[in-house]
Design a protein around this ligand. Structure first.
Ligand code: ADP
Ligand code: ZN
Ligand code: ZN
Length: 721
């Protein structure tokens, strides 16, 4: 048997692939190679060298080329990825592919790392003086008027600058510059930390240089970010690197600004909205150790950290950390794996910690650090329930809620009406016969979007024109049922004709930077009414926002998903945290038909920690996560029969194992985008028993003939059942 290379190729199969070494060049573990695959070629990562071939050498092909002189992925990342693929029962090739920015998964030279900078040309200066350009182009000209700027700084100041740069470069108004001015020195001084903050910084500071997880549990506005900043400062001073994960791109720009203004170092940003070349450059700078501070969303957890000092996961409870396709890892849990391998502390921060993390604190695996006070004049908002039973509602809004909004704008302040549903109304119903508009591909109600005059399926994006009369009975009175943000915007604008009403959801912020621009306008001390979804739930400081009214909580109270109560509690507390961030006191209204619901009562009277403790007890009593462990097998196909056949075989293969099976059964949405869906939930009290049984099962699944007739995936610790 010849010695072979074992290569991870980006395909959804549970195996590595054996190849003969290349004719020229040395392939090392962690290097990328170009290999023949199927009818074409693929870029893979070498996982093992000198392995014994599993098949006879006559069938082995030779690697075409080694792409890297030195390994691109270091030993720690290789080891962590192997563990991650094992834990999340993922295809190893997909795990390795996830770790690399797209531009590095291709057979191309590595991008140039020399710092990119831009400057005005003489023509550019004239154009600026003549005021000839508008919008993004003008903003870029102005940014360069003070001298050459690095691309990194431009990213931070003008998130969409690249398009403008392309235009201006083509017009000869700007050019690549050789040097940039020095990085601006830190412009803001750290505030004197509170006792609690100092304690937190000290505890983590003492753990630098070894693995220790911390849960930084602090109400919104308690100064968690200041704690991260102080720790990152220490880490940089030791010449080490810090990785800070945030759940959403939307939170990145303001955090980058805050980091740079405080630390006076370049911050490398990694998220999916970046141009691929920029993303690859940031990744490579981290790999060389040049980048000291790396800020990014989910996939940034795979950034190489040769001089790792600290990993921070902000808003650790956020669902966005879970990847929902391909390699279904959880970035928070992966951050833990990496911190352990790198021997560094990891700080998970949240005002509403996940039940998983709270259970880890209870079990002694994480150390809890608490920030209970808010520094400065910030007072916690006052939360009240608005009983909407037997009230005359105006498009779903109660008189008490409308009165509170009216008082707020009359004082010159801002109010937020929060509703986590886009569109005008979730259902369009015929009063004559009961027909309702349904997506033919999902058998689910379609959402009415009045402004676009369309019915849109929020599950598959299928759209249709709004019928003028009922397609079933011909009656002309089709009635929207329920409220989305678009309808609330209309209702509030009609009720308060003198106040500006602003809607902030995916629809109104489709354009790049529209979100930032909408919020920019709000920072002024003007009265306004905001209507918004989840997008507004986090991050942004709106100092003049003093009232938050939450509508639609009842849906969260009635969900069958066992995580719904946890999510609702987190959402209510996070949204409430938007009120009264500055000196003005904040007020929060919860509009509900269930004013006596125990969860709402406890949340209001005792706060998130108490509500979470109750929820944890409930989970423990029925052995649900985090006390029990789950793996979900999903399958879908254009017909139902292959789905049932595959799942039945998969279930049969587990007979006799010490596991509980729920299903096979239809998925909560049995049909979606025209595909029939089914699932099999596998549960066990012991994590190791679950993995021991499912590892061979997972590998076996892809060899089942019935697997070829469906799309299927395995989800370890699923968050959406
Ligand atoms: P969190 O991340 O917990 O929501 P931040 O770190 O953003 O909180 O702090 C909230 C606000 O309080 C910010 O405006 C911040 O500048 C301010 N702040 C934080 N710590 C202090 C402190 N020790 N002294 C004064 N102001 C502080
Ligand atoms: Zn009808
Ligand atoms: Zn649909």
């Amino acid at each position: 048997m010849p010695a072979v290379l074992r290569v991870a190729l980006p395909v959804p199969l549970p195996t590595l692939f054996d190849y003969l070494p290349p004719a020229a060049g040395q392939a090392e573990v962690g290097s990328r190679v170009l290999a023949p695959f199927g009818k074409g070629k693929a870029v893979g990562v070498v996982v093992e060298v000198g392995a014994e071939a599993a098949v006879g050498s006559t069938r082995l092909k030779r690697v075409l080329r080694v792409l890297d002189d030195a390994p691109l992925l270091d030993a720690e990342l290789m080891a962590t990825l192997a563990r991650a693929a094992d834990y999340w029962l993922g295809a190893p090739g997909e795990a390795y592919a996830n770790a690399l920015p797209l531009a590095l998964r291709e057979d191309r030279p590595l991008p140039e790392l020399r710092e990119e900078a831009w400057a005005l040309t003489a023509a550019g200066r004239s154009a600026l003086d003549a005021g000839s350009r508008r919008g993004g182009s003008r903003a870029l000209l102005e940014a360069l008027a003070r001298g050459p700027q690095s691309a990194d700084l431009l990213h931070e100041m003008l998130p969409g600058w690249r398009d403008a740069a392309r235009r201006l470069d083509a017009a000869g108004l700007i050019e690549r510059a050789e040097t940039t001015g020095a990085l601006p020195a830190p412009t803001t001084a750290a505030p004197a930390l509170t006792d609690e903050q100092r304690q937190a910084v000290q505890s983590v500071g003492e753990a630098l240089g070894r693995f220790q997880p911390f849960l930084l549990d602090g109400v919104t506005g308690s100064g968690k970010t200041e704690v991260y900043l102080a720790l990152i400062e220490q880490v940089i001073a030791q010449g080490k690197q810090a990785l800070l994960l945030v759940p959403e791109i939307g939170l990145a720009p303001q955090t980058v600004r805050r980091l740079r203004e405080r630390l006076g170092v370049a911050v490398q940003v990694l998220h999916s909205n970046l141009a691929e070349g920029d993303r690859a450059r940031a990744w490579l700078r981290a790999r060389s150790g040049e980048a000291k501070v790396i800020l990014g969303t989910r996939s940034a957890v795979f950034t190489p950290l040769p001089q790792a000092g600290l990993i921070v996961v902000d808003e650790e409870h956020d669902g966005a950390y879970k990847q929902q396709e391909g390699f279904r890892y959880h970035a928070r849990d992966l951050a833990l794996l990496r911190a352990r391998a790198l021997n560094v502390p990891v700080v998970l921060g949240s005002a509403t910690p996940s039940l998983e993390s709270l259970a880890n604190v209870q079990a002694g695996r994480y150390r809890a650090l608490h920030l209970r006070a808010r520094p400065g004049a910030i007072r916690p908002p006052q939360v009240q329930i608005v009983d909407m039973r037997a009230q005359r509602l105006e498009h779903g809004l109660s008189p008490a809620l409308l009165a509170a909004v009216g008082d707020t704008v009359a004082r010159g302040e801002q109010a937020l009406v929060f509703r986590n549903r886009r569109g005008y109304a979730p259902v369009l119903l015929c009063h004559g016969c009961g027909w309702h508009a349904e997506c033919p591909r999902c058998e689910h109600p379609m959402t009415l979007h009045a402004g676009r005059r369309q019915l849109i399926c929020h599950h598959c994006d299928h759209s249709a024109r709004v019928p003028v009369a009922c397609p079933a009975c011909g009656a002309p009175d089709l009635k929207p049922q329920g409220q989305g943000t678009e309808r609330l915007e209309e209702a509030l604008a009609a009720h308060f004709p003198d106040a500006p009403v602003l809607r902030i959801d995916r629809e109104t912020t489709r354009r790049r930077d529209a979100f930032e621009q909408l919020l920019e306008g709000l920072h002024q001390d003007r009265p306004a009414i905001l209507v918004g979804t989840q997008m507004l739930a986090k991050g942004h400081d709106l100092p003049n926002l003093t009232l938050v009214a939450i509508v639609g909580v009842d849906e969260g109270l009635h969900s069958v998903d066992f995580r719904a109560s946890e999510r609702l509690s987190q959402l209510v507390v996070q949204v409430a945290g938007r009120a009264g961030r500055a000196a003005k006191p904040g007020r929060v209204l919860l509009q509900t038909h269930h004013p006596d619901h125990p969860l709402l009562r406890q949340l209001l009277a005792q706060g998130y920690a108490a509500a979470a403790a109750t929820l944890l007890e409930e989970r423990r009593s029925v052995q649900l996560p985090p006390y029990g462990h789950q793996v979900l097998l999903r399958a879908d196909a254009l017909q139902r029969e292959p789905v049932d056949a595959f799942l039945a075989e998969a279930a049969a293969a587990l007979a006799g194992a010490p596991l509980q099976l729920a299903g096979p059964m239809p998925a909560p949405m049995p049909l979606r985008a025209g595909r029939h869906r089914g699932q099999l939930l596998v549960e066990a009290d012991s994590r190791s028993a679950l993995h021991a049984a499912l590892r061979p099962w997972y590998r076996m699944l892809s060899s089942l003939p019935s697997a070829r007739r469906v799309r299927w995936s395995v989800d370890v610790d699923p968050v959406d059942l």
